[in-house]
Design a protein around this ligand. Structure first.
Ligand SMILES: NC(=O)c1ccc[n+]([C@@H]2O[C@H](COP(=O)([O-])OP(=O)(O)OC[C@H]3O[C@@H](n4cnc5c(N)ncnc54)[C@H](O)[C@@H]3O)[C@@H](O)[C@H]2O)c1
Length: 267
């Protein structure tokens, strides 16, 4: 087990990407604090990990509120004595064009995606420095942070900001032996999320169709990644295998960003 004895915080533990990463870290031996604004996402993710024989704690927390973030980190410290791994995954997806975006919606999306990552990194980073833990901090970005997507102004802006947030935080924390990297997912196959939601006791919605087919046509790998693929990359970045990797962006996108733009690989 690559993360035996380590303590991780994962924010945004819905049954999709955060839940998948939390499960992946737990399967490698980490105790995981599952942190979410939605109490059921925090608690059900933690219960699921515990049901599989792992160690987990569900904490309800709004990552945009510094008082709540400080209390969340204090609770993890109290329970597990410290933190080795932080995965900044909580986010608000989707959006509108620059012409249509209401200020309040822009402000909230920037606050959750960017400021939430800043606050969690600040408070976990301070604890790691205080305890002399050579931790690993991971920032979940998106291929929409690498490219301009129409109709998604605040999401693209915040995710692009996070790419350089990770590099700058890596520079701030390098002298403390703390590594900061980003991980870039892309449009994600929904099946695993539906299965995890069902395993958490939620009703299984219809799979839906349409939108993903276009993505599959465009992605060089010919199929979309699932949360378990991101989890494997997060385990690597969190582990000692990545001890000399900091300020790096690890893309788990089936080749989407490397692709020459007019090429349709699966036409
Ligand atoms: N789904 C995709 O196709 C995709 C692609 C690329 C990147 N991503 C990124 O992966 C991450 C997870 O995406 P997902 O698809 O699992 O989304 P999701 O909506 O299923 O999960 C996001 C979680 O964040 C939580 N959250 C929102 N605001 C919060 C706050 N203020 N404080 C604490 N928690 C809060 C939500 O309650 C939810 O559980 C996001 O950062 C997203 O941008 C997703």
């Amino acid at each position: 087990m690559k993360l035996a004895g380590k303590v991780a915080i994962v924010t945004g533990t819905s049954p999709n990407i955060g839940g998948g990463i939390a499960q992946g870290l737990a399967d490698e031996g980490a105790a995981v604090a599952c942190v979410d604004l939605a109490p059921e996402n925090a608690q059900q993710c933690a219960d699921w990990i515990k049901g599989r024989g792992g160690d987990a704690l569900g904490i309800t927390c709004d990552v945009t509120d510094e008082t709540q973030v400080a209390a969340m980190v204090a609770r993890v410290r109290e329970t597990y004595r410290g933190v080795d791994i932080l995965v900044n995954n909580a986010g608000i997806l989707g959006g509108l064009s620059v012409l249509d975006m209401p200020l309040e919606r822009w402000t909230r999306q920037i606050a959750v995606n960017l400021t939430g990552t800043f606050l969690c990194t600040k408070h976990v980073g301070r604890l790691m420095v205080e305890q002399g833990r050579r931790g690993s901090i991971i920032v979940i970005v998106s291929t929409a942070g690498h490219q301009g997507q129409a109709g998604n102004i605040a999401y693209c802006t915040s995710k692009s900001g996070l790419l350089n947030f990770a590099r700058a935080a890596a520079m701030d924390l390098a002298k403390h032996g703390i590594r900061v990297n980003s991980l870039t997912p892309t449009a994600t196959d929904r099946e695993e999320s539906l299965e995890r939601a069902a395993a958490w006791g939620r009703p299984r919605p219809d799979r839906g169709s349409g939108r993903m087919l276009d993505f599959e046509k465009m992605v060089p790998a010919g199929r979309l990644p699932s949360p378990r693929h991101y989890a494997k990359a997060a385990v690597f970045l969190a582990s000692d295998d990545a001890e000399m990797i900091t300020g790096f962006d690890l893309r788990v996108d089936g080749g989407a960003i490397a692709k020459y733009w007019p090429w349709i690989p699966n036409a």
